[in-house]
Design a protein around this ligand. Structure first.
Ligand SMILES: CC1(C)CO[C@@H](CC(=O)O)CN1
Length: 425
């Protein structure tokens, strides 16, 4: 009996200079997950899952064009996979008109939690706002009452910054300024310097982080009187100069010295069996071999690797669950009869996804009342080009646990959050 193919469209940020290029790590993982389901005759009997991957370059315009191609070119897709918030926000807003479920394997924008804007969007990755209570906790820890923000003009970062401003106000911490830039950060950095910002939170993609920190070097906004907070999921060696960056490696190493990062990590990943019948660690070993084969190097997609993995395991579990098939069969409907006008089948897929996330990976996934995922955040500090683990913060229980002490440049103690004027007696 020939198998019936179920087609999934994939948008993976593989190449390009801006954004997040985590597709290099995620596409092989998704391919492995589908192979695992297809290799088990007991999972989705009679069906075969087929992926149509595309390189989105983490570019919303290109992603829109690719989505229309996936929709208007046969065969019919039953789901779209997306990474990068700027891509997922664009495709999820459009996909709902085709009753297409979008599974976000790597997208952190707070805006994506808006169910009325994105009713068919699902993700396990927590919203980027998860970093904000950690940042505020550290401001309090080091008695910083006055902070500043610089951000890339993208919704994912603007919404995160707005939440940080709200958290700071609740904590009685002054937000001196929130400067935004589109592509060239020089004026924004100048504004920070002019306002004597000392404790600075930078919220942007890795490509822009290089530009901002190079500009901070040029304008002398670094060193023992400053502390920068950056995002913890940039690729390894993100700060090394690329073509067109007007800073040397030595200059970049000096300007990034001592900065803090925060990023969500999975609560824990016990070694329970995956639906592939192997443990998470065994799956990981297979995955690393696959990466070596496909990329020729051992690429670690990004810092909070386990989080993206829990997304893949959730996807794997969902795809191996034939709950949707059973429900539809009881109603005499075959899932392969899905088309973009068919709200009912889409609703069944969405109900199964909702059940899967809640039940399938509940050991790792907990949700806030707003439906956002709860996780720990990891705090690191860059010293001599390497990230040192400083500790973890559990927002739920307001528990900051230190693994090692921060290093303070030259002075041995945290800088002040403003110029201190010593009265001459
Ligand atoms: C897994 C994560 C943290 C998800 O957000 C990506 C950035 C984004 O939200 O576009 C980076 N990688």
């Amino acid at each position: 009996m020939p198998l019936t193919k179920l087609h999934i469209g994939g948008l993976f940020p593989m190449t390009g200079t801006g954004g997040w290029l985590g597709g290099q790590g995620c596409q092989p993982a998704v391919e492995m997950a589908l192979e695992d389901v297809n290799s088990r005759p007991d999972l989705l009997p009679g069906y075969y899952l087929s992926l149509t991957p595309n390189d989105s370059k983490c570019d919303s315009g290109l992603a829109s064009a690719l989505l229309y191609e996936l929709v208007y070119e046969p065969p019919t897709k039953i789901m779209i996979l997306g990474g990068c918030s700027i891509v997922c926000s664009t495709i999820a807003e459009t996909a709902k008109m085709y009753n297409l479920v979008v599974f976000g394997y790597g997208s952190s924008s707070p805006a994506l939690s808006n169910r009325s804007r994105f009713p068919t969007f699902f993700r396990t990755h927590p919203s980027a706002t998860i970093n904000n209570p950690t940042r505020v906790k550290l401001f309090k820890e080091f008695k910083w009452q006055r902070i500043a923000m610089i951000l890339e003009a993208e919704e994912v970062f603007v919404t995160t910054a707005k939440d940080l401003e709200h958290q700071c106000k609740k904590a009685g911490i002054e937000v001196l300024t929130r400067v935004t830039f589109l592509s060239d950060p020089s004026d924004a950095v100048k504004s920070l310097a002019r306002q004597d910002a000392r404790i600075i939170v930078g919220i942007f993609y890795g490509g822009e982080a290089r530009k901002v920190m190079c500009e901070a070097y040029k304008q002398n906004l670094y060193g023992k009187q400053y502390v920068w907070f950056l995002i913890g999921w940039y690729e390894d060696n993100w700060y090394l100069p690329v073509k067109g960056l007007n800073c040397t490696k030595e200059e970049m190493l000096r300007v990034v010295q001592g900065h803090f990062t925060t990023e969500a990590i999975i609560l824990n990943r016990d070694n329970k069996q995956t639906v592939a019948g192997i443990t998470a660690q065994q799956w990981l070993d297979r995955y690393h071999d696959r990466l070596n084969q496909s990329l020729g190097t051992s690429v670690r997609p990004e810092g909070e690797f386990p989080l993206f993995l829990s997304a893949i395991f959730a996807f794997l579990r969902f795809m191996s669950l034939n709950a949707t098939m059973h429900k539809l069969k009881k109603r005499g409907i075959a899932i392969e009869s899905f088309n973009y006008e068919n709200k009912m089948i889409s609703q069944e897929i969405q109900n199964s996804l909702r059940d899967t996330f809640f039940l399938g990976v509940s050991g790792e996934v907990k949700f806030t009342d707003e439906g956002d995922r709860i996780a720990l955040t990891q705090i690191e500090q860059m010293v001599d080009g390497n990230y040192n683990l400083l500790g973890y913060y559990d927002t739920q229980y307001d528990n900051l646990s230190w693994a090692s002490a921060p290093q303070w440049l030259e002075t041995g103690s945290p800088p002040k959050d403003r110029t201190v004027i010593v009265e001459q007696l």
